[in-house]
Structures are given as structure tokens and as C-alpha cells.
Design a protein around this ligand. Structure first.
Ligand code: ADP
Ligand code: MG
Length: 358
């Protein structure tokens, strides 16, 4: 296991990049802690696989260095880096049995036959394929083949890191949950450094201790699920995480007060005078419908989603989502909303502004 340091890293697929837009991965400095489990989360095309492939050595960065425990591995091959990587689609040897597929990485490294037999049995159980160990991979479903790929990724205990690139895409929903749980317990048991790429926030938030959010080639925030929920560093994080995502409302801010279309909105901190594109970010959970004070809204629709209600409303012609308790009556007289001041984030040009005690 290793600590992985990215030093001034950036990557462009172009031979002669001329501007920042030409970089699939914009300049990045980050240390992945030894033995930590990370999720790398972002929409399709934001650079997740590019970053993962640079860490594993499948791709050489156009700029910067990668260190494993302070040893420069930037030019090292994938096998020299001693990493296990699992991809989105199955990579298995069709003519081999499931058992031989799982044993392959261990045989390759010259492990003892008795150890191999025991370990393959363990992993077979973990991926729910104990009964199929002697079948050839050829006849199996895509689902089963992907489980073998996952098993192959997990079979070695002596790797520096385990990298997963959207490994559960072809797996059915129930098995997805089960495998994710297995991966988590694998992490608790062996304490591998793990990076798990996904575009699915639920997957990211349930798997990882820390979530690294990427947007347009850039890491925009690294935090615990709670930090991402309470203090999104970028409007994209607020919008991408949460269901529904954070409301983003154009405003002006002076001191500890915001103005939205001439109505005052109290803030819990002092922001001084802000210039640029100023917006308030308020999660639907912290918006309260009232009959009295506040900003005027028009309710469009109320969705009952079981645990709570989602109220779809409009605020000055723009969508505003509100989460209300399951038992709360939504009456036609509720034409205003207030925000819980402690939960109003202030953004300048999409980045969160840190206020001072008011
Ligand atoms: P993600 O894994 O988050 O979906 P990728 O890392 O695959 O994103 O891609 C990031 C960007 O780099 C995208 O704009 C993609 O089109 C581009 N890209 C990825 N692979 C290549 C490649 N081999 N050659 C050129 N461009 C690529
Ligand atoms: Mg990808």
C-alpha cells in the first residue's frame, strides 16, 4: 500500500496544447492518503478515467510527476507500479475457468499453490461465484464476467493501490449493492489505498470516506459526504450532489445580508462587499415554505417520494426545489419561502466564499 502524490500533474491528448481548454486534466496537486478509500465522482467526460490511467501508468501525463511513497514513478510501467485496476467492461480469459482467471494474478507473481487455492476460494465467495469456479468464462454472462474482473482486481493483497473505473456499470442493481458492500469490507479488512471512479453520487457517497469531485477536467472539491452536502465548494458540487441538488439563486450581498430582487435575505456570516457573479446556494432541505415573510414563490407541483415531499416551485421565474416533511400540509396560502441562514452558502463566480463571523 502506498501514499500517492500528484505533483503539478496535467494532461492533454493534443501534441501541442495551446490553452487550458486543450487539457483533459487541468493542473492538479493532491495526495491520496495511504490506506484511504476515495471515490472519484463526476459526469461523463470530466476526466476521471484520464486521471486513473495516469495513476496506473497506462497513460503518461504531459506535465508533472506521480510519486508512490515519495518514489517518482512517472516513467514506471503499470506492472512496476504494482497496482490492480478494474475497468468498466470485463477483461477475462475466455478459455480459462473462473478459478484460473482468479488465480492468474497470483500465479503471475509466483505465489504458493496452497495460498492461491485458499485465496481464490475466498474471492470466489466474495463475488458470489463459489459454485461456478470450474466453469469456463466463455459461456458466462457479461455480468458474471465482470464479477470475475472484480475478483481478479481484489485477489492480490500486496498491491500498492486498487483502482476501479466504473466497475459496476454492467452489474444488475441488487448485485451492485452487494459488491459495493464487499469492496467496502475488503477495504476495512486490508486497508488498501482505493480509488473508485463513478458518475453515480449514491455509489460514491456509500463507498468512500472521501469523495473527490471533478468537473470539466478539474478537481473542484475533496471532502467527506457531509462536507460536500453542507459546504459545496463549487456550485457544480451543490447541484451534482443531493436529490434534488442545491438551489442556486442570483443575488447581491453586502455584509451579512443578501438581496434577491429587492427582498432582504439574512446571512449568518459577514461577507463584506462582493463583486463578480454573486449567487446564493441553498439546499432544498433548508428552504421553508411560509404564509408570511420571505421571498415570493409559486408552487408548481408536489411530489411525494415516501420519506419526504419535494415541492417544485418557481422563484422569480426560475425553478426552486423545497424538501418538506412527509406529514407537512402544503396549502395554497404558502406563497413565501425563507432560508435557514446557517445553511445559505454564498458563491462568487461559482466558488464558495468564506464569510467572517457576523
Ligand atoms: P471520464 O472518464 O470522466 O468520462 P475521460 O477521462 O475519459 O472522462 O475523458 C476526458 C476528456 O478527454 C473527454 O473530453 C474525452 O473526450 C477526452 N479523451 C479521453 N480519451 C481520449 C483519447 N484517447 N484521445 C483524445 N481525447 C480523449
Ligand atoms: Mg471514464
Amino acid at each position: 500500500m502506498a501514499k500517492i502524490t500528484l505533483d503539478n500533474l496535467a494532461h492533454s491528448y493534443l501534441a501541442k496544447p495551446s490553452s487550458e481548454d486543450d487539457f483533459a486534466l487541468k493542473e492538479l496537486n493532491h495526495v491520496w492518503g495511504d490506506g484511504e478509500a476515495y471515490a472519484l465522482l463526476g459526469s461523463s467526460g470530466c476526466g476521471k478515467s484520464t486521471l486513473l490511467n495516469i495513476i496506473s501508468g497506462l497513460l503518461h501525463p504531459s506535465q508533472g510527476r506521480i510519486l508512490f511513497d515519495d518514489i517518482d514513478v512517472t516513467q514506471a510501467t503499470t506492472s512496476a507500479r504494482n497496482i490492480a485496476q478494474v475497468f468498466q467492461f470485463p477483461v477475462v480469459y475466455d478459455t480459462m475457468t473462473v478459478r484460473d482467471n482468479l488465480a492468474f494474478p497470483l500465479k503471475n507473481r509466483g505465489a504458493e499453490p496452497a495460498y492461491i487455492a485458499r485465496r481464490v476460494q475466498e474471492i470466489g465467495a466474495m463475488i458470489g461465484m463459489e459454485a461456478e469456479l470450474d466453469k469456463r468464462a466463455r459461456g458466462l454472462t457479461a455480468d458474471a464476467k465482470q464479477k470475475i474482473s472484480l475478483g481478479r482486481g481484489m485477489v492480490r493483497e500486496d498491491v500498492n493501490a486498487l483502482l476501479f473505473d466504473e466497475p459496476l456499470t454492467v452489474i444488475d442493481p441488487h448485485m451492485k449493492w452487494e459488491l459495493r458492500t464487499q469492496l467496502k469490507s475488503l477495504h476495512h479488512e486490508f486497508g488498501h489505498t482505493m480509488i473508485y471512479v463513478t458518475h453515480d453520487q449514491t455509489e460514491a457517497l456509500t463507498f468512500a470516506d472521501k469523495v473527490v469531485v471533478m468537473y470539466d477536467g478539474r478537481v473542484v472539491q475533496i471532502g467527506t459526504p457531509q462536507e460536500l452536502f453542507e459546504r459545496p465548494a463549487h456550485t457544480f458540487v451543490g447541484y451534482f450532489i443531493g436529490s434534488p441538488g442545491m438551489n442556486v439563486i442570483p443575488a447581491s450581498v453586502s455584509g451579512s445580508q443578501a438581496q434577491v430582487h429587492g427582498t432582504a435575505v439574512p446571512l449568518s456570516q459577514n461577507f463584506g462587499t462582493l463583486a463578480g457573479k454573486v449567487e446564493l446556494g441553498v439546499r432544498p432541505e433548508f428552504v421553508t415554505l411560509t404564509e408570511g415573510e420571505g421571498l415570493p414563490v409559486t408552487i408548481r407541483r408536489v411530489e411525494d417520494v415516501g420519506r419526504h415531499k419535494i415541492v417544485r416551485a418557481q422563484l422569480f421565474g426560475k425553478d426552486l426545489n423545497i424538501v418538506a416533511a412527509e406529514g407537512q400540509e402544503i396549502s395554497p396560502d404558502m406563497t413565501r419561502v425563507t432560508f435557514m441562514p446557517d445553511h445559505v452558502n454564498v458563491y462568487v463566480d461559482d466558488w464558495r466564499s468564506e464569510g467572517k463571523a457576523a
